[in-house]
Ligand binder design. Structure first.
Ligand code: C2O
Ligand code: CU
Ligand code: CU
Length: 490
């Protein structure tokens, strides 16, 4: 469909305003609780001793509202942490000051298409884009990053990403750890040149596999050790890597106490020895360091795993640990105070469960085959097109559907972390594959689909009409076009 036909088509669905704008802004809305300027800028940072590292990053400033709702991070390429409460209204004036087109996507937030950062909305260097929306999500750890087509990997790798933390009354009533005891850990892998420059994509092979760096960076810092006290902590982990997957575990053999996933708190804590964390996914851990040794810091580590027989990650192993290698992520040096170990509250939050019987397509789920053939990743054999929507990518506002992501029968089997914009979903089935432990509980917006697997998710298109994206969150795959539109229509 060409652009004019597409606009006519959207017009027929009532999605285009009389002025021809595909992205009507809600006019006359209430004054925002928080008004922020968010610039994408070129900068340099002392990441290692010696030469500074050139980066791109988000710089934020509160124009109106509580300055504490935008937490600046020192010595990090990460953007400021937004802290919003459910029901608050935010205006964000994005200014693009990098030498590429860009646009910001609020990953996990249920915003209208005009606020969702579709690549069609990308603005040129020097231009601006104003977002304005009410936060409707439940309490949870969300994030933001650029989304211009073909450039997302480059810009995120350069440093453009940040957390968007939402709280609500239900969460506040639990008395979970706050302040210094609410610790964000954004995990990214990077490769640096001998002069401390970021090194990205040296070969087409690396692009096809997804970029793997040779250093783990936590909140933009290498080899961090966190000085911690005894008593409870909430660790908010985001896998902000372009393509690396982690299999999280504690080094002292204790279980991970999972209290939240992408879309916020679980009903009750989930205690597991290890968990897979794919790009784009978040997991909140409860941990109390009481009773741990002072001599040996506790490490959060990634255990080895097999990424699938067809994965070509070994090809890059000369420069970076291959996908599935084991290593340490971060250390925690514990200061003794003699307290006994506490455990998380046993009841966390109410969780609505979507019922597969209510799905309009329960007998015939939408099926999306994920393939990598001749170095081109596709979804049902298709690649991204700015305007195109296939018949199986249209849904009705208010309906509930089951979608299946099928990572089987590809010439080259590799993991695909699948992400859907504009909503949260629930995982209702996982079949085949290597049988690791996945973050399949609670509300999700990204789900890891390993080679040989078929994963079924259920979701309700409850909020907005219009054009959204779904894609692989391996950012090199996304940039290669492993991304598609879906359209919510009345
Ligand atoms: Cu975090 Cu469309 O992505
Ligand atoms: Cu997203
Ligand atoms: Cu992929």
């Amino acid at each position: 469909m060409d652009r004019r036909a597409f606009l006519q088509f959207l017009g027929a669905l009532g999605l285009v305003t009389a002025s021809g704008s595909l992205w009507p802004m809600q006019a006359g809305a209430a004054k925002p609780d928080l008004d922020v300027e968010l610039q994408a800028i070129q900068d340099s940072l002392s990441v290692f001793p010696g030469e500074k590292t050139d980066i791109w990053r988000f710089a934020g400033k509160v124009l109106q509202g509580d300055p504490n709702q935008l937490q600046q991070l020192e010595e990090s390429w990460l953007g400021p942490i937004f802290r919003l409460r459910t029901g608050q209204r935010v205006r964000i004036r994005f200014k693009n000051r990098i030498p590429q087109e860009s646009i910001v996507h609020w990953h996990g937030l249920h915003v209208a298409p005009a606020n969702d950062g579709h690549p069609r909305l990308a603005v040129l260097p020097g231009e601006e884009y104003v977002y304005e929306f009410t936060v409707t999500n439940r309490a949870g750890t969300y994030w933001y990053h650029p989304h211009p087509h073909g450039l997302t990997g480059t810009q995120v790798y350069g440093g453009m990403a940040g957390l968007f933390v939402v709280s609500d009354e239900e969460e506040q009533a639990l008395g979970l750890p706050t302040g210094d005891r609410d610790l964000p850990l954004v995990i990214q892998d990077r490769t640096f040149s001998p002069t401390n420059d970021l090194v990205y994509l040296r070969s087409p092979m690396e692009r096809m596999n997804g970029f793997l760096g040779n250093r783990i960076m936590i909140n933009g810092q290498a080899d961090p050790t966190f000085d911690v006290q005894e008593g409870p902590y909430r660790l908010r982990l985001l896998n902000g890597s372009n393509s690396r997957i982690y299999r999280l575990a504690w080094s002292d053999g204790r279980n991970l106490e999972i209290i939240a996933t992408d879309g916020g708190l679980l009903e009750s804590p989930w205690s597991v020895p290890d968990i897979m964390l794919g790009p784009g996914e978040r997991v909140d851990l409860w941990v109390d360091f009481a009773g741990s040794s002072q001599e040996t810091p506790i490490a959060l580590q990634s255990l080895p795993f097999t990424p699938g027989s067809g994965h070509m990650g070994m090809m890059s192993s000369r420069v970076s640990p291959p996908l599935g290698a084991g290593f340490e992520l971060a250390r925690f040096q514990v200061r003794r105070t003699g307290r006994t170990r506490t455990s998380p509250p046993q009841r966390l939050a109410r969780l609505e469960r979507l019922d597969p019987a209510e799905a309009v397509n329960r007998d015939n789920p939408k099926r999306f085959f994920l393939t990598m053939n001749h170095m081109q990743p596709t979804i049902n054999g298709r690649t991204f097109d700015m305007t195109e929507v296939a018949p199986d990518e249209m849904v009705r506002l208010g309906s509930t559907e089951i979608w299946e992501f099928i990572n089987q029968g590809s010439m080259m089997a590799m993991p695909h972390p699948m992400h859907i914009h504009g909503l949260s979903f629930q995982v209702i089935g996982r079949f085949g594959g290597p049988g690791y432990r996945f973050l399949d509980r609670g509300w999700k917006d990204t789900v890891l689909v390993m080679p040989g697997e078929r994963v079924a998710v259920i979701m309700r298109f409850a909020d907005h009409k219009g054009l959204y994206l779904y894609h692989c969150h391996n950012l090199e795959h996304e940039d290669l076009g492993m991304m598609r539109n879906y359209l919510v229509r009345s």
